[in-house]
Ligand binder design. Structure first.
Ligand code: URA
Length: 482
């Protein structure tokens, strides 16, 4: 018997390597026992055979199998490693096996992969963060009990969605943490470790009750979309029974009440914007600003106070792009005037850059938030919202023709490059956008504000200033050459 102990429940690479070696040494599936290190019964572990020696050679495996195995291995069934190895073994003599949906092993693995995907969707929908601590030392923590080993695989979804929040998702299996920079995984914890209340929870319930539409209530769909086992982690769950009971009466009242007039657009509908038109018409910032004031390209205008357009000299050699206006900027109508703006000002000064000579703007021009009582809680813009706003950035850039565009954070980088651009891979180097303009990616100043550890904050601030110094050096070179 061959005993294989994988490094973790989700050790796909370990399984793949071991399976490959076993196959090359023609070890029958019935002669292999799979386990996860530290999880096997004592007897099993002590009788473990020496590690499998690396065998030479190779064989082809359908890409479809690898894709499926990568997902199915996240299933909680302890038999999954053996099942996948048996399927791999059989594939060698039946290369078309993956197309036979009625095959017992194929059907089982496919069902496992589907269950894993379902669990991932549930996690994406039902994780609720609770805030602990006060700004700037706050962190958002959620408790979740996944059915399968999906935490590591699903964490990138939350990273994209809540890139500018420091968060932790605690589960009994493993915990995922995001610090604005990287995801880290630590061992699982007890439910008692997770906070169950936060100062915003009551307000969140009020908000949920206010957006609950009794006329659209479909109890069956709601129950299947939101199974009861997730309710205990949802702050809004305790409202649901009462809202359902009340729904009939409230719908009746809604029907009896006269309809309200829709809010009228202020001037015109969606502006027609193309990059080409900006380049060829030589439009000015003033015209662009006036046009953007009525932008309806996405829904964010509805709740925001106003469009916050870019500001700075018409021919600035440097253009800074942030994410979106925050609470203060939304009220003032100017970019980077709140806490992140103060951090930016200090860093610009330390890098030797005069903010008055810089054009400062945002990838998204309206403040996106959820109301939680008196607080307007910042929300990260989606790709659709970034894309809807991107023509404004393009037209600003075409009007200014800067030598350098600095993208502050992931949203700005996505807008500047027109695609999702990981900061870590691009940070701190000059990248050509076209023959006149280069780009530089760095972090967003609010990332520095959120770092709880003073040493880490000081270190990251220095890195941020170093990035801005690259911009300063380029501007000096250009000024000398002019
Ligand atoms: N954060 C941004 O990205 N932009 C602002 O204008 C303010 C905060």
């Amino acid at each position: 018997m061959q005993y294989i102990a994988l490094a973790s429940e989700t050790d796909f690479n370990g399984w793949r390597q071991a399976a490959r070696d076993l196959m090359l040494r023609a070890v029958q599936p019935a002669d292999v026992a799979w386990s996860v290190r530290g999880r096997a019964p004592e007897l099993f572990e002590t009788s473990a055979a020496p590690p499998v020696a690396a065998a030479q050679g190779g064989f082809n495996v359908p890409a479809k199998f690898i894709e499926l195995a990568r997902t199915a291995i996240l299933h909680r069934d302890p038999q999954r490693f053996a099942l996948l190895y048996r399927l791999l073994w059989r594939l060698r003599s039946h290369p078309d096996l993956m197309h036979i949906a009625t095959d017992h092993d194929v059907a089982r693995v496919q069902a496992m992969a589907r269950a894993v995907h379902r669990d991932q969707h549930k996690m994406e929908a039902f994780v609720r963060f609770r805030e602990i601590g006060r700004e700037p030392h706050n962190r958002f923590v959620a408790w979740f009990e996944p059915e399968h080993h999906i935490v590591e695989a699903t964490a990138p979804f939350f990273m994209r969605r809540f890139a500018d929040m420091a968060w932790s998702i605690l589960t009994p299996d493993v915990c995922a943490h995001w610090d604005g920079h990287a995801i880290s995984i630590t061992p699982g914890v007890d439910r008692a470790t997770a906070p169950s209340q936060d100062r915003l929870e009551e307000t969140w319930r009020t908000y949920y009750a206010s957006i609950f539409n009794p006329a659209r209530l479909k109890v069956k769909a709601m129950q299947s979309e939101m199974p009861q086992k997730y309710w205990r982690n949802l702050p809004e769950a305790r409202l649901i029974k009462a809202l359902i009971t009340e729904a009939g009466r409230r719908s009746g009242e809604m029907i009896a009440t006269a309809a309200t007039e829709p809010r009228k657009p202020q001037r015109r509908e969606e502006p027609v914007m193309t990059e080409h038109s900006a380049k060829t018409t030589g439009e000015t910032l003033d015209t662009l600003r006036a046009e953007a004031a009525d932008c309806r390209a996405c829904h964010l205008w509805k709740d925001a106070t106003q469009t916050v357009f870019g500001e700075g000299p018409r021919r600035a050699p440097l253009m800074l792009v942030g994410e979106q206006p925050g609470d203060k900027e939304d009220l003032a109508g100017k970019p980077f005037v709140g806490p992140a703006g103060q951090m930016l000002d200090r860093a610009l000064q330390d890098a030797g850059i005069d903010r008055d000579k810089v054009y400062v703007t945002n990838a998204v021009k309206h403040f996106k938030f959820v109301p939680r009582g008196k607080i307007r809680l910042h929300q990260k813009p989606t790709t659709a919202e970034i894309n809807a706003c991107r023509p404004w950035y393009e037209r600003e850039r075409a009007a200014i023709q800067p030598a350098l565009v600095v993208a502050l954070g992931a949203t700005a980088a996505q807008s500047v490059f027109g695609r999702i651009t990981p900061i870590n891979k691009t940070r701190g180097r000059l990248i050509e956008l076209d023959q006149h303009t280069q780009a530089l990616v760095t972090v967003h100043p609010s990332y520095l504000l959120r770092l709880p550890d003073p040493d880490a904050k000081a270190r990251e601030y220095d890195r941020f200033v170093d990035d801005l110094k690259i911009a300063a050096a380029l501007l000096r070179r250009l000024a000398r050459a002019a």
